[in-house]
Design a binder for this molecule. Structure first.
Ligand SMILES: Nc1ncnc2c1ncn2[C@@H]1O[C@H](COP(=O)(O)OP(=O)(O)OP(=O)(O)O)[C@@H](O)[C@H]1O
Length: 278
């Protein structure tokens, strides 16, 4: 891709999911947020927040309701303005990039919003083609082939292509929305509470799908979640948002050792203990 200032030199290989213990310094930072400040009127939501995400990892992002998880994600995606700080994606600073270069960067990102956010008047196939139409100029037959490949990739039956969102189960909607997020073969996908509303089996299957996509495609995943099962089973690293910034980041062990009442209650509470026991 032709982004300005894009640092193609950070050549560490895409993680395979088996490199949890690999030294952070060896790895390419795919998203770097520095001193990010965001607020609405006199309500400061994020204050000088710092966060790095490494290529090939699944980062679970947690925090109390209203802490600002969605605000952070939306700000990184440039859907909300910020008061200060820098955001570098794939080594490039959006602020320094031209409009063409920003579009090229946008294509490297995929997003699955809460509730899937599919267009209700479009079939699954057409929904997946929305980003293709926006960013690419491809013949219809090729877009059809590509969209059907994405449908297969996320584990939906071929017949799902012609269905409308209202004809899908909650789990199928999540998968269709994920297929759309993957339409342009992004490097980094943002998932906003991807397992919310799914039953435990559906949620576990979705987690497995995310891990499989990371392993096979080398995808990097930023997952906002309240789902302790997801955090314990598929996330390589966890970051906790609190006090307007990232309070702690690291492995589950780091969370368990961190001396903060909310973090302790969250990771050592009754629900967490039942997962650890299993
Ligand atoms: N567009 C907006 N205008 C004004 N305030 C906003 C806006 N978007 C978010 N906020 C406020 O920012 C704070 C953080 O909201 P956010 O949705 O990011 O929380 P969250 O951590 O994602 O919560 P949850 O886990 O409940 O989804 C809240 O106080 C919210 O009311």
């Amino acid at each position: 891709m032709g982004g300005a200032g894009v640092d193609e030199s950070g050549e560490a290989e895409a993680g395979t999911g088996t490199d949890k213990g690999k030294a952070a310094t060896d790895r390419e930072i795919i998203l770097s947020v520095k001193d990010l400040t965001v607020g609405f009127g006199d309500h400061l939501v994020l204050d000088k927040l710092n966060l790095d995400i490494y290529r090939g990892e699944i980062l679970g992002f947690v925090g109390a309701s209203g802490a600002g998880k969605s605000v952070l994600m939306r700000t990184v995606l440039r859907l909300l303005p910020r008061r200060g700080g820098t955001i570098r994606i794939l080594g490039a600073d959006f602020d320094q990039a031209s409009e063409t270069e920003r579009l090229a960067l946008d294509m490297r990102l995929g997003v699955l919003f809460q509730q899937g956010a599919l267009f209700s008047s479009l079939t699954v196939l057409e929904n997946i083609q929305v980003p293709m139409r926006e960013y690419l100029d491809l013949p219809q037959a090729m877009m059809d082939d590509l969209a059907r490949l994405k449908i297969e990739l996320v584990g939906l039956a071929p017949e799902a292509a012609e269905k409308f969102p209202s004809e899908l189960s909650g789990g199928m909607i999540k998968r269709a929305a994920l297929a759309r997020a993957l339409a342009l073969d992004p490097d980094l996908v943002f998932l906003d509470e991807p397992t919310s509303g799914l039953d435990p089996i559906g949620a576990a299957e979705f987690d497995e799908l995310i891990a499989k996509l990371r392993d096979t495609l080398g995808l990097t995943v930023y997952m906002v979640t309240h789902d302790l099962d997801s955090l314990f089973s598929v996330c390589d690293r966890i970051a906790v948002l609190g006090k307007k910034r990232v309070l702690v980041e690291g492995t589950i062990e780091d969370m368990l050792a961190f001396d903060d009442p909310w973090v302790q209650a969250y990771f050592k509470g009754k629900r967490a203990r039942s997962i650890v026991r299993n």
